[in-house]
Write a protein that binds this ligand. Structure first.
Ligand SMILES: [Zn+2]
Length: 267
């Protein structure tokens, strides 16, 4: 049977697709994967985001836009605005301490991420790679916890007390940068071997959304721009490509190269 005649509108099937980003701070999502989140939201994917902290140790802005006491609430509002800009439909913010994620009870943190995966039931999960983009200890802690949570969310025996059915997400991707680029722009932090990049997404069609989320929504952080060592036009050119490494899978064939985060996943 030719199912294309039964389901002629691919978009109808896309509504079943769900993507969950697991990050540490409000603004990680916009700077690191904002174009990709906006792309999939624009294609009808239900995009969810979890930020483990409110970013209360970050900057209040330069010049300051709020007091330090106001910063957690301000940054929560900023990430909500960024979600609206990017098309992220579902936001969870946890109460973990900014700057202290590596020290929190790891089983508790993993459990919160397992619960998020089981509630959202995504096919695709995104998080930091082991280099945490900038070697930030919070980024590395989320990377480690999300990697464990991806596996344990699928295990009915793990975190049974949550009362949520187990969920095997199909793919876990790490956001990353290839070494060739890291060297070319003198980034100063580690990348991964170029051949380990599984998916490269050109986000130019969504670059304005990424810029608005990064600069206008996350106002308190806007003075500290990603790739700040580059000239402005070169900076946004660099930010217009986002890179992902396929780190783990459940029930699908792994490939070294894919043309998108949902490649190989049945609708
Ligand atoms: Zn961060």
């Amino acid at each position: 049977m030719d199912w294309s005649s039964v389901y002629p509108l691919k978009g109808l099937l896309m509504t079943d697709r769900r993507l969950l980003g697991l990050f540490a701070h409000p603004d990680d999502e916009s700077r690191i994967a904002g174009g990709t989140l906006a792309r999939y939201a624009s294609e009808g994917v239900v995009v969810s985001l979890l930020a483990a902290t409110r970013g209360e140790e970050g900057s209040c802005g330069d010049p300051p836009l709020c007091t330090r006491g106001e910063l957690p609430q301000v940054r929560e509002a900023e990430v909500r605005e960024a979600c609206a800009v990017l098309g992220v439909q579902d936001l969870t913010i946890l109460d973990y301490p900014d700057g202290g994620l590596a020290e929190v009870d790891r089983a508790d943190l993993v459990g919160r991420l397992v619960a998020a995966i089981r509630r959202v039931r995504p096919q695709v999960v995104l998080t930091f790679g082991p280099e945490g983009r900038t070697l930030h200890p919070d980024h590395i802690a989320i990377h480690e916890a999300a990697t464990v949570a991806f596996a344990l969310a699928a295990d009915p025996a793990a975190y049974q007390e949550q009362g949520l059915p187990a969920h095997a997400a199909s793919k876990l991707y790490y956001t990353t940068l290839p070494e060739r680029l890291v060297q070319a722009i003198d980034w100063g932090y580690p990348g991964i071997p170029d051949q380990d990049v599984t998916v490269t997404i050109d986000v130019r069609p969504w670059l304005e959304q990424k810029k608005r989320a990064t600069n206008e929504a996350h106002r308190t952080q806007a003075h500290d721009q990603p790739f700040a060592n580059l000239p402005e036009d070169e900076r946004w050119e660099t930010l217009s490509i986002e890179y992902f490494h396929l780190a783990a899978t459940h029930g699908i064939e792994r490939r070294d190269r894919e043309d998108g985060l949902f490649a190989g996943i049945d609708s």
